[in-house]
Design a protein around this ligand. Structure first.
Ligand code: ZN
Length: 203
């Protein structure tokens, strides 16, 4: 896929607490981090922008079980759990977008409780390539939101992983992204140019 200045890579919540050893661990988290590091290097090399979302909660966040929410406490601001996974090496130019800082509001999308949407619009971004965690929560909802504001949206099928609290939640989420209009591609297709975008490859 030839990367243009109006393309952006969205790296979703690749943080220690969502990876093995973390409080809401997803089995493939470390692999996803390494895969997204490759995608980030490719975008940086092409001079395109990278946005990395970071779940960033106060200690008493509404999504925590301790507060009546569904999740164990995770990604508490300024803790190791909230840091990006070490395998996710991002260029200095990457823009970090913290979300979920409001105590009584959860952020199941990279567009909620932060200014990512405003930043993408202000930068004139037209296509986004998305990977990270988790397929069935923040990746899914971010993809639905980018499609909703008219961005051509690509999901990296081998740079995401699911919570799968119910069996096959991740597969259902991927199917929903596709039927809503997202293109599903692999890291190899991103890096080699096999996944032609409509603007490049179709009539
Ligand atoms: Zn959270």
């Amino acid at each position: 896929m030839k990367i243009l200045p109006t393309d952006a890579l969205l790296v979703i919540d690749l943080q220690n607490d969502f990876c093995p050893g973390g409080s809401v661990a997803i089995g493939g988290g470390a692999i996803v981090a390494a895969q997204m590091a490759k995608a980030a290097a490719y975008f940086a090399g092409a001079g395109a922008q990278i946005y990395a979302t970071q779940d960033w909660h106060p200690e008493e966040h509404a999504s925590f079980r301790t507060q009546g929410g569904p999740w164990p406490p995770h990604c508490i601001e300024n803790t190791t759990g909230a840091e990006f996974h070490p395998a996710l090496q991002l260029p200095d130019t990457a823009i970090i977008v913290k979300k979920g800082s409001t105590p009584n509001k959860d952020a199941y999308s990279g567009f909620i409780d932060c200014n990512l949407e405003e930043q993408l619009v202000a930068a004139g971004i037209q296509r986004v390539v998305i990977g990270g965690l988790a397929t069935d929560y923040v990746v899914l909802n971010t993809v639905i939101d980018t499609l909703d504001i008219g961005l051509e949206t690509y999901v990296l099928a081998d740079a995401i992983d699911a919570m799968d609290i119910e069996p096959n939640d991740g597969l259902r989420a991927l199917h929903l992204m596709q039927t809503t209009g997202a293109h599903i591609i692999t890291i190899a297709e991103l890096l080699t140019g096999d996944a032609l975008s409509p603007s490049e490859g179709r009539e």
